[in-house]
Design a binder for this molecule. Sequence first.
Ligand SMILES: CC(C)(COP(=O)(O)OP(=O)(O)OC[C@H]1O[C@@H](n2cnc3c(N)ncnc32)[C@H](O)[C@@H]1OP(=O)(O)O)[C@@H](O)C(=O)NCCC(=O)NCCS
Length: 188
Amino acid sequence: MVVRQETDGDHGEVREVHARAFGDSEGVPGLVEALRVAEAAVEPMSFVATLDDQVVGHVMLSACRLDAPRRIVDVLSLSPLGVLPEFQRQGIGTRLVQHALASADSQAIPLVFLEGSPRYYGRHGFQAAETAGFRAPSLRYPEGAFQVVRLSAHEPWMTGTFVYSETFWALDCVGLRGERLRAARGEA
Ligand SMILES: CC(C)(COP(=O)(O)OP(=O)(O)OC[C@H]1O[C@@H](n2cnc3c(N)ncnc32)[C@H](O)[C@@H]1OP(=O)(O)O)[C@@H](O)C(=O)NCCC(=O)NCCS
């Protein structure tokens, strides 16, 4: 398996990865496409995992902000991460997350945030963000889903509210709504 930076020629396969991984042909692929072209303080980072030149997984990091007491800090959101269903549970997601975090670290990004399963991302260095001094951007996060990893450039004063970029809000990609939110809250 090779993990490398995404190229323009990968866009169709990346769309397919997320359409099939999330069972959603519009929302998540649309988020990736919008993030690629959005104006941002930090260029998005987009990586693919390939097997025999086939794109089997993809991860994206994009610029967001931390509203810290001293100043606004440029941070990254890790979203989305997807692996084609028939290639899951072979360590591909793990390799993509490791690669993404190493790239963020090498660019002196202090923090990477995400909304996801604590069981999965806890294995990759993420921790519950609320207990680490951060406030979620929405009350519609499932319990434990708001997570952060602190990288080498992090300094103790860098706490505060995590603010998604406009693209996440415009496409309504923050937190859960409706049936999914009620299920996550055990309200059935
Ligand atoms: C989540 C995902 C990217 C993991 O990719 P992967 O290549 O299968 O991951 P790895 O092989 O590195 O790790 C597999 C392990 O993670 C676990 N895992 C996968 N998804 C999980 C989830 N949502 N919650 C908890 N654990 C999860 C698997 O059970 C497996 O555990 P095991 O090794 O003990 O059996 C992939 O399952 C996927 O694309 N899922 C659909 C899209 C999605 O939910 N993306 C994440 C959004 S935050």
